[in-house]
Each structure stands twice: as C-alpha cells, then as structure tokens.
Design a protein around this ligand. Structure first.
Ligand code: FMN
Length: 178
C-alpha cells in the first residue's frame, strides 16, 4: 500500500517530522511510504500554470502513483502553514486534473501543547474534503509532543497504542475507499 506523506513542518527540528518517524516505526508492514520536500515548490501563481516547473510535475506524479495520502501538519496561527496550503493548491490545478479527487486521506498533527494542532487539522480536513478527497475523520491524532514523547525522545506507551490504532484504522479506510 503506497502512502504518500506530506509534512507541513519544514524546519530541521520539526516535531511533525519526528511524528512521521514514529508513524514509520509503528505502521503496518505493508505500508510503503514516500514523501517530498514541499519547501522546494514555488509559490503557486496562475502565471506558471502554462509552463509548470519540473518539481511540480514530480510532486503531482507521486500523489497520482500513491494509494493514499497522509498529511502531517503543524498549527500556525490556528490553521495550516502556508507551505502546506501552497502544495495543496498546486495539486488542485487545473481543476479538471486535480490529483486529490477520490484519493483516500488521513490527517495527523503535532504541537507542543495539549491542543495537538487540532484547529489546523480541522481546517485541513475541510479543505481536502472540498477537493473530494476521501478523508478519514476518526480516529484523530492530536499529538501533544511535550506529553507523548519522553526526555529521551521515546514515545510513551499510551501514545504508541493510539498511533497503532490510528494506522490500522487508516489501512482499513484505504482498502474500503481505494
Ligand atoms: C508562526 C507560528 C504560529 C504558531 N501558531 C500556533 C498555534 O496556533 N497553535 C499551536 O498550538 N502552536 C502554534 N505554534 C507553535 C507550533 O506548534 C510549534 O512551533 C511546532 O513546533 C511547529 O511544528 P513543527 O516543529 O513541525 O514545525 C506556532 C508557531 C509558529 C512559528
């Protein structure tokens, strides 16, 4: 099962990137992950649409080739970071060739506090639902990085359990919605 992962955190120490490392270590054995550095995509402009840069084509192709998309988003000012919205906008154009339509999707997010990027995740789910992605709404992963990762950088057991439950639910979701 090919899962294309889009991570909205682009800093070296991104906690959402770390969340992806935990996801990889706990995922069902038949999950095959691929990802892409979305910080390299240019800002979307309709002026570029007739002469699309190569990395946009590469990004689009990776999504097309996947069975499902996993978004892992930080929360910036109660919504998703601009860099993630930019990638989504690129994939949605031209409208008749949107790469998102009918693709199974899930959303996770991490922040340093108890909110766990909840507001960003809700906004994201709304946006990708409007693009006709088949979004798994539950279970949710609102990942409180300060509480779920110990001082040695290890996941605590309860977090391990809900991540495994989430990933198994997503596998069922993809099989039902592919
Ligand atoms: C511009 C900016 C806005 C932020 N807004 C929020 C917010 O609305 N809610 C929240 O929980 N954390 C907020 N934070 C803190 C982030 O959750 C924290 O920086 C987190 O580490 C970002 O994820 P990342 O490390 O994967 O990039 C904000 C951080 C930045 C830089």
């Amino acid at each position: 099962m090919k899962i294309f992962v889009i991570i909205g955190g682009i800093s070296k120490e991104s906690i959402n990137r770390k969340l992806f490392e935990f996801v990889k270590s706990l995922a069902p054995s038949d999950f095959e992950f691929d990802t892409f550095d979305i910080s390299q995509l240019p800002f979307f402009s309709q002026d570029l649409e007739n002469n699309v840069p190569q990395n946009i084509t590469d990004f689009r192709q990776k999504v097309i080739n996947s069975d499902a998309v996993m978004f892992i988003t930080p929360e910036y000012n109660r919504t998703i970071p601009g860099v993630l919205k930019n990638a989504i906008d690129w994939g949605s154009r031209p409208m008749s060739k949107s790469i998102w339509k009918n693709k199974p999707a899930c959303v996770l997010g991490a922040s340093l506090g108890s909110i766990g990027a909840f507001a960003a995740q809700m906004h994201l789910k709304e946006t990708i639902s409007s693009l006709e992605m088949r979004v798994m709404y539950r279970p949710e992963v609102c990942f409180n990085f300060s509480a779920y990762v110990d001082k040695n950088g290890q996941l605590i057991d309860s977090a391990k359990k809900f991540l495994i439950d989430f990933l198994n639910s997503f596998k069922d979701w993809v099989l039902k919605n592919k």
